[in-house]
Design a protein around this ligand. Structure first.
Ligand SMILES: [Zn+2]
Length: 719
């Protein structure tokens, strides 16, 4: 899992990959040594730094290799049609600068060797806008002109190694591939060599994905490294993709934890993308009675609740309370003390299940999927090509929005004023409605500016096409960002939804206007240095106050910053951070290379598995309690976090503390419950349970430390 790190496996293979059979003439020669036939291993050694050998494009290991596409459609788990962007904007953190420019401008691309372009965001070429050569849209398996690399390895032949870290020792259930010694050209090394190639550490070939069972012999299994390629079988504990603990054994006392110097925390990623080979999460419907829960602490039924008294009662593994088993849920116990139906009921044998929520879990009908796009059309945005890039990206992703009558869209543009568009079908052309007051904003004709997607698809396309020309002579440099966001919020306040903002300049007018703080720091250098950290904090509480109101009405805001100048990201980012959204940062924005990346990011944003109007709570066994939550959310009461939007890339850190002593040899459980609405309007509760052994031994703590998770937690807290 890892905080906000996009999944390690490659982009999902589309039909192009799976429908491309290998040329008949290129059957592998099975008689030759496994690596001798592999051009990828031999060719680059003399022509490219060794880094390229192991850093080959992920597409080499997907689709064409045994096992078929890496992302086959799997059961009832939402599978995204597209892959995560190669450089995902980090939630809450200043995201990575776009990497395409440096790649395109670097001689590395022209260098012979395996293609070095990032994984293709989509297998189909970008429509409409022709992608820059060698970047997005081109399948990664396609050889570049002049490239000497022969055809790809065939099924059965060796795969190029990957950069995954090597576990310090092979795990018991891990298959190790023995690599025969070979020289520069793949031929066996002569006996006179002083270096034993067998002793040289090598990356593990991707074929040896770790098969990981979460529990074995009724004991928790320590998870594989977060960066390794692993396939999980949920045998009672949740997959580490959904929840990982910084230590896989829980210290019995707070003192022991303090002595260890380590932090006790969970990283929770409730909607994480599963590996395609993993079993989908089972959906359990208890009908009108809803999921069985402890009547005292409200923990959800899970494999660690102990049924007693012939199954008539059960003991909660969180608070120890004994409950009566609901009559309809009764089942006799077998000789092992487990319920006879335990293996047939996902909630009694799986660490992660999803319950269908009853009316009790709804304060209103599940909300529709609402997408409101807000585009900067100020002079700078128009002239840098940012407006055109945003319009083109939106136009292309419209077809990727969830189908159905419940999908609604709206659009507005802004400079120093705000312009809404009436998208009702009855009108021949989109009608512009201007809101000039940027101090006290309102939304005109609320019912006409957010309409069903099926009703306005054509109008929307026409409008997006014409916006860049409509404003091409715009001389307004001012930007009323805060007012525009507030007005867009008012337009979708009654339902909630996603607000996607494209911003190019410093918000300079209206509510929430900002100033060039960076320059202020420079005019007085000594003061600037002293106060430097303040530049990382929001300038005031205006945007935070607005954002809390957005969260209350289930509006999740993502901001795409396409800029060539300073615009106080620290202040602006408060809005996505509070509403479960995300900042995307394209600086300095380039009209040549960034539009493709913007489109890719936007497409992943709307197509990745996600939910709306979510509430999350983590429960712990007696003796441990949640200290705090860290991540992009809004918190109104201490125990719950509100997430107007939640998606597969969002991770929340949960720091823990002792409030009592735990018993050596017992287990301590953690349960994350995420109540959310799917994009198709179903209300669900995703319940993830992890039960770990308690220990009094300091050495056990160090042995079971999860360094990836600990490091990710440090970063989360630093933000
Ligand atoms: Zn309980």
């Amino acid at each position: 899992m890892g905080a906000n790190v996009p999944p390690a496996y490659g982009a999902p293979s589309g039909p192009v990959v799976s429908s491309t059979p290998p040329p008949p003439g290129s059957r592998p020669n099975y008689a030759s040594p496994p690596f001798a036939a592999s051009p990828v291993m031999t060719q680059p050694r003399s022509s490219a730094p060794s880094g390229f050998v192991s850093n080959g494009p992920p597409a080499f290991s997907s689709g064409v290799l045994p096992g078929g596409p890496r992302f086959p459609p799997a059961g009832n788990v939402q599978q995204p049609p597209v892959g995560p962007p190669s450089t995902m904007g980090f939630a809450g953190a200043p995201p990575q600068a776009p990497s395409m420019r440096s790649l395109l401008g670097s001689p590395a691309v022209a260098q012979p060797g395996p293609p070095v372009q990032p994984a293709p965001p989509f297998s189909a070429p970008v429509q409409g806008v022709p992608p820059p050569p060698g970047s997005y849209g081109a399948p990664a398996w396609q050889m570049q002109p002049g490239q000497a690399t022969p055809p790809l390895p065939m099924p059965g032949s060796a795969q190029p190694p990957r950069m995954f870290g090597m576990p310090p020792h092979p795990l018991p259930n891990q298959s190790m591939t023995s690599i025969p010694p070979m020289g520069q050209t793949g031929a066996p090394v002569s006996a006179t060599s002083k270096i034993d190639p067998n002793q040289i550490p090598r990356p593990i070939p991707s074929s040896s994905a770790i098969m990981y069972e979460t529990r074995q012999g009724n004991q928790a299994n320590p998870p594989p490294p977060a960066t390794s390629d692993y396939i999980v079988r949920d045998t009672g504990n949740c997959s580490p993709r959904y929840m990982r603990c910084t230590i896989s054994q829980i210290p019995c006392t707070g003192d022991l934890l303090t002595t260890s110097g380590m932090q006790l925390a969970l990283l929770v990623q409730p909607l994480a993308l599963p590996h395609p080979s993993e079993e989908p999460i089972q959906v359990v419907d208890f009908g009108e009675i809803g999921p069985v829960r402890c009547s005292r602490c409200k923990a959800y039924i899970n494999p660690f609740m102990k049924f007693i008294d012939q199954g008539r009662r059960f003991i909660c593994n969180f608070c120890g309370f004994t409950d009566e088993t609901p009559r309809d849920y009764h089942c006799n116990l077998g000789p092992d003390g487990r319920r006879r139906d335990a293996d047939e009921r996902p909630e009694l044998c799986r660490g992660t299940v999803e319950f269908v929520a009853t009316k009790e879990y709804m304060v209103r009908d599940p909300m529709p999927a609402v997408y409101f796009f807000l585009i900067d059309v100020s002079m700078n945005a128009i002239q840098t090509g940012a407006t055109a890039a945003a319009c083109s990206a939106i136009s292309q992703v419209i077809s990727d929005l969830p189908e159905g009558p419940r999908t609604m869209v709206g659009i507005a543009t802004f400079d120093s004023t705000i312009h809404f568009y009436n998208l009702k079908r009855a009108l021949q052309q989109p009608l512009m409605l201007i809101v000039p007051d940027v101090q006290d904003v309102y939304t005109p004709l609320q019912t006409d500016v957010v309409v069903q997607l099926s009703e306005c698809r054509q109008h929307l396309e026409l409008l997006l096409e014409s916006i860049p020309t409509m404003f091409q002579n715009n001389r307004t440099a001012e930007s009323a960002f805060g007012a525009a966001v507030q007005a867009a919020f008012l337009a979708i306040k009654s339902t909630g939804g996603k607000l996607l903002v494209f911003q190019s300049v410093l918000p300079s007018t209206g509510i929430g206007a900002l100033s060039v703080r960076e320059a202020e720091g420079r005019t007085n250098i000594s003061a600037g240095e002293k106060e430097a950290h303040k530049l990382l904090q929001p300038v005031d509480k205006t945007l935070k106050t607005m954002a809390i109101e957005f969260a209350e009405y289930q509006v999740c805001v993502d901001v795409f910053i396409t800029t060539q100048s300073y615009l106080d990201v620290a202040s602006i980012s408060v809005i996505p951070r509070t509403t479960g959204g995300q900042i995307y940062y394209y600086y300095p924005f380039s009209a040549v290379s960034d539009p493709a990346k913007l489109y890719n990011d936007l497409r992943w944003n709307v197509t990745r598995p996600q939910g709306f109007e979510a509430v999350m709570r983590v429960r712990c066994s007696q003796g441990i309690q949640v200290q705090d939550y860290h991540g992009n959310f809004c918190k109104r009461i201490p125990t719950d976090v509100d997430l107007p939007g939640i998606d597969c890339d969002k991770t929340i850190m949960v720091s823990l503390k002792h409030d009592d002593k735990l018993q050596d040899g017992s287990e301590c459980a953690f349960q994350c419950a995420l109540l959310y609405t799917t994009v198709y309007g179903q209300r669900r509760i995703r319940v993830t349970t992890l039960s770990l052994p308690c220990t009094n031994m300091l050495s056990n703590l160090f042995r079971s430390a999860d360094l990836d998770t600990q490091f990710a937690c440090f970063l989360k807290q630093g933000i």
